[in-house]
Each structure stands twice: as structure tokens, then as C-alpha cells.
Ligand binder design. Structure first.
Ligand SMILES: Cc1cc2nc3c(=O)[nH]c(=O)nc-3n(C[C@H](O)[C@H](O)[C@H](O)COP(=O)(O)OP(=O)(O)OC[C@H]3O[C@@H](n4cnc5c(N)ncnc54)[C@H](O)[C@@H]3O)c2cc1C
Length: 362
């Protein structure tokens, strides 16, 4: 439970009145960061405090928890201005600056905001995730601890055939028959792998050796700390529809957490990075044949149009033409609100993990 000692009531970021200002709240009274109710001088954000330490379930056995955070949009502004203390600037001014910085890739101020997560994910997801080198990671040790025998089982709707257009993706749904057979095969393989692991551990074989044939569907977990700038880069790549669906699930939860910690940076990221797209010289050359900028605004050039051949003449390859057409079909603006019904407490999650660890007492 949080004791609100703040100057204003906690409000959600979707509340139009909500302002990500400095809140003088008391520290958590019942959690691991209990500090005897001392007031903190640190800036805290009510919407983030509401979910701090809660565990959001992902896939069948995974989770993401925001363990801690440092700073918010105001800290981006303070760093950019190298200013003294927290002022009383209006949110609209902070918003304008945060958006300007993001538009112009002035990124170091957003490195001043930090996030620490506790996450559990299948090993094949962890393998993609760990490619993001600008985070600090500490992973659960399968050498030291017993592995929970939890395996990811794709649900029917996510079991699809290989895409014919994208070598790295899935496409049409597979038949029920193929899904049923795949589930049976996965279950057999996992029962075998679990049996081998449990037997070796029972024979006191070193855990670092006993684990070597656990499949990539096995869940691992880690603490992951990253700054806002690098986190948004991660989210641009992993909340994107081109990323594997399973890692998107985690990215979307994390995006929902960013929205609570630093809502103005989150909004700017959606507008300029996730939905916004850079334009190449060739694309700008093509568009400038269609519209004319002036002091009054932008006007369509009369009778202007470009067919596929003319687009190629503007210097665009066939693939670039396809990509330009896709860019111009303005994608919907996603919203990564957290589903609070998926928030669990740490004890419940720890219990599920402990129950999945093989017993060595028999
Ligand atoms: C859809 C998709 C498909 C992919 N397919 C494959 C694949 O088939 N095979 C494969 O191996 N990987 C693949 N990847 C991984 C991808 O190539 C990147 O390794 C991964 O996304 C991490 O990106 P990053 O290096 O920008 O991120 P980070 O490691 O988080 O780095 C952030 C930024 O820091 C800078 N940086 C960090 N380290 C260095 C460095 N050592 N030198 C210079 N600059 C640095 C770069 O500017 C970088 O963009 C795929 C990724 C995606 C999203």
C-alpha cells in the first residue's frame, strides 16, 4: 500500500487533468523498499507508483514487473536545460521541449531516466531481447538454481504457417490437425526433457550439466535495467509488427509502463518513432512533385500524380515504392495501456515459479 503524502491526488495519465509533475509521496510502506515511512525527495509519479512491484502476466508463464524507476519527463527537461531544482513550468512547455528533443534526436537528456524490470520469458524470446546491448542484465542462474519446468505453448490463434512474403514471419493459420499434432509432439518432448532434468538433478548431477537439453521454450527470468532513450529504441524494434509476436507481447506491456512513468516521452515516441517514419531523399523528391509548400501551408500541385514507373524514375527501387505506399497509409496510432486485471503480486508469481521447480527430496 502506498501512503499518499502528496500535494495533489493521484491521477491516471489518461485523465485530461493529469500532469506529470513532482509528487512528494511517502515511500512504500509495506514493500521491499520500506524505509520506515520516510518521505522521499525523489520525484515520483502516481501512475507509476500504482503499478510498482506488481507483476503483469505475459504469454502462458511469463511476466513483466516494474521494480523501480528514476525520474520522469521533468528530468528529461531538467537535464536538457541543465537547470536547478524543480520549477513550476507548465506541462505544455515540458511537452514542447520533450517533443522537440525527440524530433531532433537530441537523446542524451532521456538517458537520465532509468527503469528496472523483473521479467520472465521463454528462452527464444530472451535470445532476441538480449541482443539489445545497452541494458544491464542479471539472469536467473541455471548453474546455481533449479530451473522451473515451465514451457511456452503457443495458443491456437498464434500457431501459423511460414509467411511466403516475409522469411522472418508467420502468415496464414495452420490447420487444427497440424496444431493438435504439434501440441502432442511438444508435450512428449517436454515431458522427456523434464524427466531427464529431474532424474539428473535427483542423481546429484551438476545443475549446469543437467540443464543442457531443456528446450528454447523453457522460461528464464532476469532483472533488466535500461535508460529511457535505449528503452524506446528497444520498443521501436520490438513493439513493431515486424518483430516476433511473442516478444511484442512483452514490449507492449513495457510500453504501457513507460506511458505511466514518462507519459510525454511516451507520446513523442509514438508520434515520431513508432508510427512516424523517416523519409529518404528519393521519397521526398517524389512527394515534392505532388505537393507544394508555401508560407500559407501545403497545396496539392494541380493534376499531379505519380505512377509506379514515375516513382522508379524518382530513384526509388520497387521495394522502396512498396514501402513508401505503406508509409502513406497512415497506420493506426497504437495505445499501450496496461491491463490492470493482469497485475499479480510478487508472492503469487513466486509461488507458481517455485511449484514448477523439480523436487529433489524424493
Ligand atoms: C525484426 C528483427 C529481425 C532481426 N533479425 C535478426 C537476424 O536474423 N539475425 C541477427 O543476428 N539479429 C537479428 N536482429 C537483431 C538486430 O540485428 C539487432 O542486433 C537488435 O535489434 C539490437 O539492435 P541494436 O543493436 O540497435 O540495439 P542495442 O544493442 O540496444 O543498441 C542500441 C544502439 O546503440 C548503438 N550501439 C550499441 N552497441 C554498439 C556497438 N558495439 N557498436 C556501435 N554501436 C553500438 C547502436 O546505435 C544501436 O542502435 C533482428 C532484429 C529485429 C528487430
Amino acid at each position: 500500500m502506498l501512503r499518499q503524502a502528496g500535494l495533489r491526488a493521484a491521477r491516471r495519465p489518461d485523465d485530461p487533468e493529469w500532469e506529470p509533475r513532482l509528487y512528494w509521496t511517502s515511500a512504500r510502506l509495506d514493500g521491499p523498499q520500506n524505509n520506515d515511512g520516510m518521505e522521499t525527495k525523489r520525484p515520483t509519479v502516481p501512475a507509476a507508483e500504482e503499478i510498482l512491484g506488481g507483476y503483469f502476466t505475459a504469454l502462458d508463464h511469463g511476466f513483466v514487473s516494474l521494480v523501480d524507476y528514476m525520474g520522469s519527463d521533468e528530468d528529461v527537461e531538467r537535464a536538457a536545460r541543465v537547470s536547478y531544482g524543480y520549477g513550476t513550468r507548465k506541462v505544455s512547455a515540458t511537452r514542447g521541449l520533450v517533443r522537440y528533443l525527440r524530433r531532433h534526436r537530441h537523446t542524451t537528456p532521456s538517458e537520465m531516466v532509468e527503469f528496472k524490470f523483473h521479467c520472465a520469458m521463454p528462452m527464444f524470446v530472451a535470445r532476441q531481447w538480449i541482443r539489445h546491448r545497452t541494458a544491464s542484465v542479471n539472469e536467473y542462474s541455471g548453474r546455481y538454481s533449479l530451473m522451473p519446468l515451465l514451457f511456452y505453448m503457443p495458443e491456437r490463434e498464434h500457431f501459423a504457417l511460414q509467411s511466403t512474403s516475409n522469411n522472418q514471419g508467420r502468415d496464414a493459420a495452420a490447420s487444427d490437425e497440424v496444431y493438435r499434432e504439434a501440441v502432442q509432439r511438444w508435450e512428449r518432448l517436454r515431458a522427456d526433457a523434464s524427466d531427464g532434468y529431474t532424474w539428473m538433478v535427483g542423481e546429484d548431477v551438476a545443475r549446469e550439466v543437467a540443464r543442457i537439453d531443456l528446450p528454447l521454450s523453457t522460461y528464464t527470468q532476469w532483472y533488466w535495467k535500461i535508460d529511457l532513450h535505449n528503452l524506446l529504441h528497444f520498443l521501436s524494434l520490438r513493439a513493431d509488427p515486424h518483430a516476433q509476436w511473442e516478444i511484442q507481447v512483452f514490449a507492449e506491456i513495457i510500453a504501457g509502463m513507460v506511458k505511466r512513468v514518462a507519459p510525454l516521452s511516451y507520446e513523442a515516441w509514438i508520434d515520431y518513432d513508432l508510427v512516424g517514419q523517416p523519409m529518404s531523399r528519393g521519397e521526398l523528391a517524389a512527394l515534392s512533385q505532388l505537393v507544394e509548400p508555401s508560407e500559407d501551408g501545403i497545396a496539392a500541385r494541380s493534376g499531379a500524380g505519380l505512377n509506379a514507373d514515375q516513382l522508379k524514375e524518382a530513384g526509388l527501387s520497387g521495394r522502396e515504392v512498396q514501402e513508401l505506399l505503406a508509409k502513406l497509409q497512415l497506420p493506426p496510432r497504437p495505445d499501450f495501456d496496461l491491463d490492470l486485471s493482469k497485475m499479480r503480486d510478487a508472492e503469487e508469481i513466486a509461488r507458481a515459479m517455485n511449484e514448477a521447480v523439480p523436487s529433489t527430496s524424493e
